[in-house]
Design a binder for this molecule. Structure first.
Ligand code: ADP
Length: 201
């Protein structure tokens, strides 16, 4: 049984992975919901039969090839209801697998959830929620540098994610990652970790 469950979220390029890595180095068990989503929709993934049933066999390039993300994105873009149907299928499966992984942990658990603010239920699953926040200009600059994406692609992803205000409104603590060095972000993450774990022990 975990001692404390921490939900961690932030927009793309906010520094969420940097905070997650800091907390893992301090002994946290990471439950990575992006990795879970990839496993569920990869070749032979447990979500694929339901997705094929909902959207058709053509969402895979070949049988058992796993979700063709480009095709799925096009479907979601073209059909207003498709994203909701996709999420209604995937989110409960991601949640169940995340809970299964967390139950096996003995110390503090960190749920890394990019869409925490957009997804119901996470509030109840976590004792604390941390949000990593920065300006959109900083997000764009970081993701262009990290991933080599064109600016427009970064802005498209940002536009699909929850607005900063919504994300901050669900936070028990916000790490403001603008104008900080990487070491300073890690220091802030460490301080928050110590505070939250001390409170619980
Ligand atoms: P996310 O997981 O939120 O997308 P990352 O933690 O991967 O964000 O950070 C995005 C990129 O920006 C990474 O290359 C990371 O090293 C860098 N980065 C994050 N915070 C800072 C900072 N305060 N100073 C310099 N680089 C940073």
């Amino acid at each position: 049984m975990p001692t404390v469950r921490i939900g961690l979220t932030g927009g793309i390029g906010s520094g969420k992975s940097t905070v997650a890595a800091t907390w893992v180095a301090l002994g946290g068990t990471l439950v990575d919901t992006d990795a879970i989503a990839h496993a569920l929709t990869g070749p032979g993934g447990a979500a694929m039969p339901a997705l094929r049933h909902a959207f058709g066999d053509h969402i895979e390039q070949a049988p058992e090839a796993g979700l063709d993300r480009v095709r799925m994105r096009a479907i979601v873009f073209a059909e207003p209801d498709a994203r909701r149907r996709l999420e209604a299928l995937l989110h409960p499966m991601i949640g169940a697998e995340a809970q299964r992984q967390a139950a096996a942990a003995s110390g503090a658990v960190v749920f890394d959830v990019p869409l925490l603010a957009e997804t119901r239920h996470w509030r109840q699953r976590c004792d604390r929620i941390a949000v990593v926040d920065c300006s959109e200009a900083t997000q764009v600059q970081r993701v262009m540098a990290r991933s080599g994406w064109p600016e427009q692609q970064v802005r498209q992803v940002i536009a699909q994610q929850a607005p900063r205000g919504l994300r901050r409104s669900i936070a028990d603590a916000v790490i403001h990652n603008d104008g900080l060095s990487l070491d300073e972000v890690r220091e802030q993450a460490t301080a928050l970790w110590r505070r939250w774990l001390a409170v619980r022990s």
